[in-house]
Ligand binder design. Structure first.
Ligand code: ATP
Length: 262
């Protein structure tokens, strides 16, 4: 299924600005003096060899991982050292889909989607339920899925339910950690299609950690490659193909990549 990139982002407004980010565990530095910009409306794919720190970067931007040095601005405001009230305001504009979906196993899909609404919005139960059901529909789940427990869902449905929860507060930016991992190729392509559609219709900015070359080809406007503890290269797929680095060349021009181009 061909995915069209409907909304071409204008490279003007930076919505995530990371500068000099350094993160270490004990003596071991995972990220060092890393700079990153994410532009409003774009789908940015973060790639890199296993263990290069992609998830650590995502967690650091979100303030879930302590850094040794550096700063993070989100939506034009300092985020990492913001007052709790300001930070809570920014948090409401962010949605996150963690690698394993991370739904609350003891809550139904509906209750999972309602969870952030209950935390942040003072809505009546009826309105909250209506909104949550809309989000569930938005991500392509059947209405009946709302009343299922996470254990009763397929991998693809879990991803969609998690995305519905990530969208619960109408975020400006969505963070996705390997959203298509564990999905079969058709499920993965459908998920990519969903991301592209949501970006086009809701104007989302998407920060996506992925190993999925299909996603990089079909939905990402830009790609940032992590390596040697920082962003080795960032740009379009065409830029990746031109970049003179053995790992980047092998990754983007290797057998699996060539199969995609065929
Ligand atoms: N809490 C932690 N304590 C110690 N080391 C950690 C911790 N979290 C991550 N690491 C280490 O940091 C490095 C980067 O981890 P990270 O999960 O960000 O890698 P990744 O690039 O996302 O990998 P993958 O593609 O395999 O998911 C790894 O070596 C990992 O073992």
């Amino acid at each position: 299924m061909a995915v069209r990139k409907n909304a071409v982002p204008v490279k003007s407004e930076i919505v995530i600005k990371g500068r000099g980010i350094t993160v270490g565990f004990g003596e071991r530095k995972i990220l060092e003096n890393l700079d990153i910009d994410v532009y409003r409306g774009e789908i940015l794919g973060i790639v890199g060899a296993s263990g290069t720190g992609k998830s650590v970067l995502l967690r650091t931007i979100l303030g879930l991982q302590a850094k040794v040095a550096g700063s993070v601005e989100i939506l034009g405001q300092p985020y990492d050292d913001a007052e709790p009230a300001i930070r809570a305001q920014i948090d409401q504009r962010l949605g996150v889909l963690f690698q394993q979906g991370a739904l609350f196993s003891s809550l139904t899909v509906l209750q999972n989607v309602e969870f952030p609404m209950r935390e942040h919005l003072g809505l009546s139960p009826r309105l909250m339920e209506e909104l949550a059901r809309l989000k569930i529909e938005l991500v392509g789940l059947a209405p009946e899925a709302a009343d299922r427990m996470p254990s009763e869902l397929s991998g693809g449905m879990i991803k969609r339910a998690s995305l519905a929860r990530a969208l619960a507060l109408d975020p400006d930016i969505v963070f996705l950690d390997e959203p298509t991992s564990g999905l079969d190729p058709i499920g993965a392509a459908e998920f990519d299609e969903l991301i592209a559609t949501l970006r086009a219709t809701l104007g989302l900015t998407v920060f996506m950690v992925t190993h999925d070359l299909d996603s990089l080809h079909t939905v990402c406007d830009r790609i940032a490659v992590l390596g040697d503890r920082h962003v080795l290269v960032e740009g379009t797929m065409a830029d990746m193909l031109e970049f003179d680095n053995p790992w980047v060349q092998k990754y983007f021009r290797g057998t699996r990549a060539r199969r995609l181009e065929a």
